[in-house]
Ligand binder design. Sequence first.
Ligand SMILES: NC(=O)c1ccc[n+]([C@@H]2O[C@H](COP(=O)([O-])OP(=O)(O)OC[C@H]3O[C@@H](n4cnc5c(N)ncnc54)[C@H](O)[C@@H]3O)[C@@H](O)[C@H]2O)c1
Ligand SMILES: [Zn+2]
Ligand SMILES: [Zn+2]
Length: 418
Amino acid sequence: MPASSAPGSATGEAGAGRVGRSREPFDTLNLIFDNSNRQSSVTLTGRGGRRVKVQAAVAWEAGAKLSIEEVDLDDPRDDEILVRVEAVGVCHTDDNARLGRMPVRFPIILGHEGAGTVERVGAAVSRIRAGDRVLFTPDYCGRCEQCLLGFTPYCDHLVALTFGGTRPDGSPRAHCGGRPVRAAFFGQSSFATHALVTERNVVPVAADAPLGYLAGLTCGVQAGAGAVLNAMPVGPGSRVAVWGAGAVGLAAVMAAAASGADQIIALDRVGRRLALAAELGATLTIDTAGQELADVTAQVVAATGTGVNVALDTTGSPAVIAAAVESLATHGTASVITSSGAPVTVPPGSLLLRGRSLRGSMGGHINPTVFIPRLLELHSRGRFPVDRLVKNYPFAEVNAAIADSLAGATIKPVLTFD
Ligand SMILES: NC(=O)c1ccc[n+]([C@@H]2O[C@H](COP(=O)([O-])OP(=O)(O)OC[C@H]3O[C@@H](n4cnc5c(N)ncnc54)[C@H](O)[C@@H]3O)[C@@H](O)[C@H]2O)c1
Ligand SMILES: [Zn+2]
Ligand SMILES: [Zn+2]
């Protein structure tokens, strides 16, 4: 059965592609990561042999700036969806991957907070149709125990599906000048005018959804909100501390406010971010610049009586994480959301004698297909104003958007396409 088409779709052209003998999904991904050679050795191409010409920001090698190129993207396979990207958020993980700090191989198309309009769907796609508008989420296998339990951010195959950059059978989805380009970063590679995704990793939105800022919802914002709403016991009357007021921390502040938390303390060392936190629901802000963390902890405890019930660290600083634990009330829970390498030192007695917990929280802590609609509902009622975090940039300014994000000048850059 042919894929269905939408008006104004990307132009198809004949290609030479042919897939080899099909392999067991994910076996190939494991092979990719067993191979220490970081040069791409992928030669497989699209099964249908047709490709579409698109514009994509290609990372040719670790450390290089992204370069906008004309790329041949495969036609959607039976389980794939071709989407015209209208907006895509920029996240620190894109830059970490660009710099080679993540297990990616080059050349690769980055971008993992895409949103757009479906142009064509493969024959096996049933839930999504041409013309639907969708947000992309990180991909997951859908078959392992964590996926079946609904905890897709903890999918057993997360690393391969996130960073492998190819389909499960090892094919790259895209070519540039005849050279394979990995185009499945987080299952989407959405720094491009068009992207291939699957039913697993899209969430339908309303026909008039403002993708120019909603695209910024699906990674760090969802992770911060989900840490508060799904991984930790925040509710009416809770006392909450959010350390770091970037996209993730401010999302946590908004989520805590939407949950009816009684006290929400935002901590950062950048005054204008704290001012925004106060507008978004923080009941107290603490500028930690130039302060000893022990003094900051004492201020949190003093402001709340016995400490906070819930603390979220978004700074990734081991010293701040330890301070977040020390600011907890008895039976309080602190959550980490970063994977920075430095060990955290917490005296066992600090956990034991107060019954405190320190835990991790990935990607919103539940399946985004379930959680994103909840955030959209909160947004529609004015209780999760994610638009307040976003600044738009034209796609051509992708490198400037990344630089502004790293410099802290922009909280959540979102690229838009004409
Ligand atoms: N677990 C997940 O699913 C997930 C998803 C997305 C992002 N993340 C991670 O979350 C982290 C935060 O992301 P973000 O986009 O909010 O980053 P960001 O840089 O915009 O925000 C971090 C904030 O922390 C503040 N900060 C840093 N060190 C501090 C210190 N010592 N004391 C006080 N404040 C300090 C900064 O001023 C900044 O405002 C990143 O490490 C990112 O990789 C995790
Ligand atoms: Zn991200
Ligand atoms: Zn899985």
